[in-house]
Design a protein. Sequence first.
Length: 494
Amino acid sequence: MTMTPGPNTVDDLINWFKKSVEPDYNFTLQYEDPEFNNALCNLTDISDLPEKPTIRIIPVLDLIPVPQSEISSEVSSQADTEILSTSSLEGRKEWPEVFDIPKFPVDVEYRLRQGNLLHLRDGTYLKVTKDMKHDILEKLAETIYGYKAYPTKEEFEVVAKALVAEHPCLKEQGSSSGCQGWINSLKFKMGNYRTKMRQLGRPDVTVNGGKCGKNNGDGEPSRKNIKKPRKGEINYLPEFPEGMDVARLEAVREAMVNEMQKKNPNDSLIRKNMDITFALRREEVVKHEPDISLMVQRWPALFTESQVYLEFNRVVGRNLKEEFFGVLDGLCPSLMEIFKRKTGRIGKQLADLVQQTTSTEPTAIRCLILRGLPVILGDDASMFFKSSSNLNEGDSVDIPVGILCYEDTSAASPASPQLNPSRVGIILEGSLVMEALTNLPQAMCLLFGFTYALHLQYPKCLKNTFAFIQQVMLNLGRSELPPKVQKLKNDLAV
C-alpha cells in the first residue's frame, strides 16, 4: 500500500490505515531505521521517518483478564479473609542495595546492544533519539515506582549511575559524572509518572493531590507537608482490598471492637480482620492524623503487643521483635566497651549506669545499653523515662511520648527511674496506652513499632537514639546519619 501525499502525524497515518483496511485488531507501527542497520523501531514521531520509508503493521495481542467471582459479603469467612488479606498487603519492595536496570522494549534493547558494541570497539557514544529516551525513562520510572513514589536525590543518582554502567554508550561526555542529564530527566519523568498514577487513583500519590498548582490555586504550596513514606516503609498507603469499600471495612472494624471487649478475644479472627482493614487504618493514620485517644477507641487491637509487631510487619515487611533484640544483643559487648572507655561527664553518667547493673542476665544488659545510648548520643533521657507507682492506663502524663517505669522501692524519684524496673508502660500524647509490660527493652521495642504503626515523629528528646535504632540497628533507610550517630557507628566498626 502506498500513501500519497504523506501524513503529517502518526495519528494521520493510523487513521488512514484503519479507513483503508478496517482491521479487526489493535496494532502498532514500526519502521526500518537506517541509523541502526535498518533495525525495526517503534514509530512515535513522524519526523523520525527517513525518505520513502517502509512501514510495518505489527498486530498487538490483547489479553482479557478472567473475572473473579464476587467476594462474599460475609467478611468473616475464612476463604474471603485469605483473599482480602493478601490483596490488602500487596505493596512495594524495599529499595535494593544494588539497583538492577530493567529490560527495555525489544527495539531499544537492540539499539543499546549495538551501541555498547560500538562503544567498546571505537569508544563512540550512542545518539539517543527522542522516542528511545522516552522508552528508557518510562521503564525506569515504572521500576522506581515499584520501590517508592518519592525517591531521594541520592536514589536518582544511584539509578542514573547504574544506567550508564549497564549501558556505557549512554554516558554523557559533557557531564562530569557522565549522567547528570539522566538524573535531571529522571526527576521530571518521575513527576510525570506520579501524575499518571494519581489519575489512576493510587492512594500514595493522591494523598498529595490537593497541593497548590495550575489546577488548584487555593491548595497548600506544592512543596509543603508532602506526605511521604517513613524510612523503610513499603506499604505506606495501600489500596483497599478488591471488592471492599469504606462501608464494608468499617463493618469489619466495628466487629473487631466488639470482639476486643470480650474477656478472651479470638486472636485468629482479630489478626485476619486487622489484615483486612490495614488499608483503611493507614488511610486514617496518614491522611487524617487522628489523636491517639481516638485511635485507641477505634482500633483497640492495635494497642496489644502482638498487633504492634504485626502492624510493623505490614508496614515495613520486617520482623521487628526478632531483628531488634537480635541486633541489640550482638552490639552489647562492643557498646559496653565503648561505655567503659568514655571519660568526663558522659563517662561518669555511663559509669553510674554500669554500677547499677548487678546481673549479667540478658534483660539487665539490654536495659544498660538502652539507657546508655541516649547518654552517649547526647539525648535528654530525663524527658523520656519517667517514674511512677500510681498511674493507670488512660491517665494523663506530663510528657508527649515516653516510657513509664513502675518502681519497687520509694528510693527512686521521677527524674531517676530504676535501670531495670519491674513493670513498664508506654506513653503516647500524654496518655498511658500500654501498661503491665515486663521490662524496659520490651517497651522500647514496642514504642519504636508504634512510631511506624501510628506514623508518629520520633520524640525530640531522644531523636538520636531512635535514629540509631532505625538506621544502624535495623538498617531502615540510607540517608545521612546525624553526626553523633555516625561517630558511634564508626566506633562500633573499629
